[in-house]
Design a protein around this ligand. Structure first.
Ligand SMILES: Cc1ncc(COP(=O)(O)O)c(C=O)c1O
Length: 316
């Protein structure tokens, strides 16, 4: 990915040029990771560009912020409008959207007392997160030597900047050993999640995923996929996922805003089933993209149009 095509950034209420979107080196968040963020995707649809699950992402952003005492000085509607505005200004028909709310510069005591809350929104085009072939052929993952931190240490349901150091350790290790992505276990030895994705397994025609008891971020794509799977008539269960269950699964896949629905074809060299994406994964992936593109009208409420169609007013 690159930022080459991004010309405008939203910062604290204004659209500013990319080159001007700087922050001071004394910003609290730069030192301690004290910020919260979201990752959304805007997709091209027949009705124009639309942000997928904007409401759910904004809900999570405000919830993450409240965990860390970050008071976002903008109403939800203002941030929703700002997101659409910065997409429009950059003239993106599809892109990734990154709102970030962080403690700025005032003190470098650990307690961010008095630090202003800075709010920015970045957008950029972002193709398949785990590589060009990942959606079609699936990815090779490895079980990370790094455990996912327990939610009593840091609340995993919040999406906060500093929390991603754990993911960075895991993914750097995985990639350095030739894998596409890391799979982190929780402190009880069950599977938690990928460095930036939730996990589903398919077993006997039924889907299983875990939940917040296993120190995961409760993914919005996870919710979307559970809904799609139930609408397709599959049973979906939530509970602990053991490594041996994954290795013996009929199918497995990751979900995430960036990773979308990515099949897993191999875990530490062991193929999942025959090492190819399975039919349930492919079916869910197909409906997922029909939903994001607006082709499947059942899911049109998940799309928030960037430029709602103007009502034609005729003047006599
Ligand atoms: C650690 C982690 N888990 C899961 C997810 C998937 O969440 P979502 O589907 O809301 O993007 C993400 C992506 O943001 C993530 O970073």
């Amino acid at each position: 990915m690159t930022f080459d095509q991004t010309r405008w950034v939203w910062r604290n209420g204004d659209i500013i040029a990319w080159n001007e979107a700087n922050t001071h080196v004394s910003a609290h968040a730069l030192h301690y990771g004290s910020g919260v963020f979201e990752g959304m995707r805007c997709y091209e649809t027949d009705d124009g560009s639309a942000v997928f699950c904007l409401d759910a992402h904004l809900d999570r952003l405000y919830n993450s912020a409240s965990v860390y005492g970050i008071e976002i000085p903008y109403a939800r509607e203002e941030l929703a409008d700002a997101i659409c505005e910065v997409i429009r200004q950059n003239e993106f028909s599809s892109c990734y959207v990154r709102p970030l709310c962080y403690y700025g510069s005032s003190t470098l005591g650990v307690h961010p007392a008095g630090c202003p809350v800075e709010v920015v929104i970045l957008t950029w085009p972002w193709a398949a997160y785990l590589g060009a072939e990942s959606l079609e052929k699936g990815v090779r993952v490895t079980v990370s030597p790094w455990l996912k931190f327990h939610s009593q240490m840091i609340p995993t349901t919040a999406k906060a900047c500093g929390q991603y150091l754990n993911s960075i350790l895991a993914v750097r290790d995985a990639v350095s050993r030739g894998f596409d992505e890391a799979l982190l276990l929780d402190t009880d030895g069950h599977i938690a999640e990928g460095s930036g994705e939730n996990l589903f397994i398919v077993r006997d025609g039924q889907l299983v995923t875990n939940d917040e008891r296993h120190s995961i971020l409760l993914g919005i794509t996870r919710d979307v996929v559970m809904q799609i799977a139930r609408d397709l008539g599959y049973r979906v269960e939530t509970g602990a996922l053991r490594l041996d269950e994954l290795l013996n699964a009929d199918e497995a896949f990751f979900t995430g805003t960036a990773a979308e629905v990515t099949p897993i074809r191999e875990v530490d060299g062991v193929p999942i089933n025959d090492g190819h994406p399975g039919p349930v994964t492919e079916q869910i992936q197909e409906i997922f993209f029909a939903a994001t593109s607006g082709r499947d009208r059942r899911y049109k409420d998940w799309l928030h149009l960037v430029a709602p169609q103007q009502v034609e007013i005729s003047y006599q």
